[in-house]
Write a protein of this length. Structure first.
Length: 85
């Protein structure tokens, strides 16, 4: 997924975006890179990281913000807006 590694010698780190599993060796990426990996246009979606088990908290990132990817991180997407029929 990346061209450089911040995770030297530790192998691939598993994480999910919208429940779909991915792996990377790059622990620091822009939100736009992760959205593109999931097949989403960063111009139309936000990326959030879900934390917690009982009390969930979502931290939302702008497309140009750097996100720290860690083992079993859970990311979700949110559409900016949708046209009304």
């Amino acid at each position: 997924m990346s061209t450089h590694s911040d995770n030297k010698g530790r192998g691939l780190i598993p994480f999910t975006i919208d429940g779909v599993p991915y792996e990377t060796d790059d622990l620091s990426q822009r939100a736009s890179q992760l959205l593109k990996l999931a097949g989403l246009d960063p111009a139309g979606f936000d990326l959030g990281e879900v934390e917690g088990k009982e009390h969930l908290k979502t931290t939302w990132y702008k497309e140009d913000e750097t996100v720290s990817v860690h083992k079993n991180a859970r990311f979700v997407s949110r559409r900016h807006s949708a046209p009304v029929a």
